[in-house]
Design a protein around this ligand. Structure first.
Ligand code: HEC
Length: 206
């Protein structure tokens, strides 16, 4: 099908399906059809893509999409994808994903690294931000997220490619950079690896 026609059909169909109908588990709207090919419904289809189903607050989801669209955060893929949609589309997507159930896959992790990672998490990440062992998802999905995704996202922070704080209106204070720098000065790159193993070790649903 011609891509323009497809988008029109997708949008119309997306808007016609009410969030309630989606929450009841009906066939997902075509609007999120593209998203599902990578993010799945409750767990993403591949470990380099974050799972987003049933875990982000709707507002955070919308802000995240706007940030990708407006180039406020670097991305491999999402910047391009987000450009194709309006804020209302983002809201509909947030409703759909908000009605899914997040699944934490069983991943292969190193126990020693996970243990060290927990300590690092408690020291640098837990307080006021990624609370409850990273189960609090307001500032990003950590507990039980795919390890390869966490690894490359954290590497972006390490390389200074990804910014939060000032560049993300929502956070507004650059706290993440500061904490990250402190952590890296003390723990080195290994610290990142340990954190990834800690988050990957978390499979309980809370
Ligand atoms: C081709 C695969 C692919 C498709 C299609 C895709 N995504 Fe993504 N998504 C990613 C990847 C990879 C990331 C991590 C950021 C990046 O590198 O682009 C991501 C990140 C996200 C995040 C941020 C998650 C977080 O924890 O911060 C949200 C929200 C999101 N995508 C929503 C969507 C929605 C809604 C759609 C459909 C319009 C969509 N994605 C389509 C691959 C995809």
């Amino acid at each position: 099908m011609h891509s323009k026609t497809f988008k029109y059909v997708a949008l119309t169909a997306g808007l016609m399906v009410s969030p309630l109908a989606l929450a009841a588990g009906d066939a997902p709207s075509l609007l999120v059809g593209t998203c599902i090919s990578c993010h799945g419904t409750s767990a993403s289809t591949g470990p380099a893509t974050p799972s987003i189903g049933g875990i982000m607050e709707n507002d955070d989801f919308v802000t995240s999409m706007q940030d990708y669209r407006d180039d406020k955060v670097p991305s491999t893929i999402m910047g391009r994808i987000a450009r194709g949609y309006s804020d209302d589309d983002f809201k509909a997507m947030a409703e759909y994903y908000g009605s899914q159930k997040f699944e934490r896959p069983t991943q292969t992790f190193d126990k020693k690294k996970a243990k060290k990672g927990k300590k690092i998490h408690n020291k640098y990440c837990e307080k006021k931000c990624h609370e409850d062992d990273g189960y609090n998802n307001k500032k990003g999905v950590l507990a039980g997220q795919w390890m390869p995704y966490l690894e490359y996202t954290l590497a972006d922070f390490h390389d200074g490619l990804r910014k939060t704080g000032k560049e993300r209106k929502k956070a507004g204070d650059g706290k993440m950079e500061k904490k990250m720098k402190k952590m890296l000065d003390k723990e080195g790159k290994e610290g990142l690896e340990n954190l990834v193993h800690f988050y990957g070790s978390q499979t309980k649903s809370k």
